[in-house]
Every structure is written in structure tokens, then in C-alpha cells.
Ligand binder design. Sequence first.
Ligand SMILES: [Ca+2]
Ligand SMILES: [Ca+2]
Length: 81
Amino acid sequence: MTDKSLSQEKLSEIKENFAFFDSDNNNEIDKDEFLQLLRVISPKTTKEQAESGFAMVDENNDGHIDFEEFIDWWQACWWEY
Ligand SMILES: [Ca+2]
Ligand SMILES: [Ca+2]
């Protein structure tokens, strides 16, 4: 678990978003789910953009975004959109 100064409130908000985009509820965001997520944020996101974004978020390169990777990404990137 991340030890960054993240409030419980913020954490549960991120958790909600994670669960929302994890459409098959396996506690990981896969590439298709990530594409859906990006399209919500920016409808013109291409598959290629999603692929390269995914590779950046998936820090351990196991082909899935787990919750900890999602938190890091969410904090780093969300405000840019
Ligand atoms: Ca999933
Ligand atoms: Ca991963």
C-alpha cells in the first residue's frame, strides 16, 4: 500500500473510480478497460495512445494495472485533464 499522504476520503474516491472502470471486477484494469477510462476523460483517445499510456502506468509490466499502479497514475495525471 502506498504511504503517501493520501486522505481516506481521497483514497475511497480513487477506489470508487477504480471499481467503476474495472468492468469485469477482477481488481485489475486491463487494456480494454483502460481504453474505456481514457475515452471517458478524452473521447478522442486512440487505441495507440491508450497502448502507450498503459505501458507507462503498468509499472511492473504484467499486462494489468493494479490498484497501487492506478493510484500513482491517478495522482500524477488526473489534474492534467
Ligand atoms: Ca478488470
Ligand atoms: Ca501491473
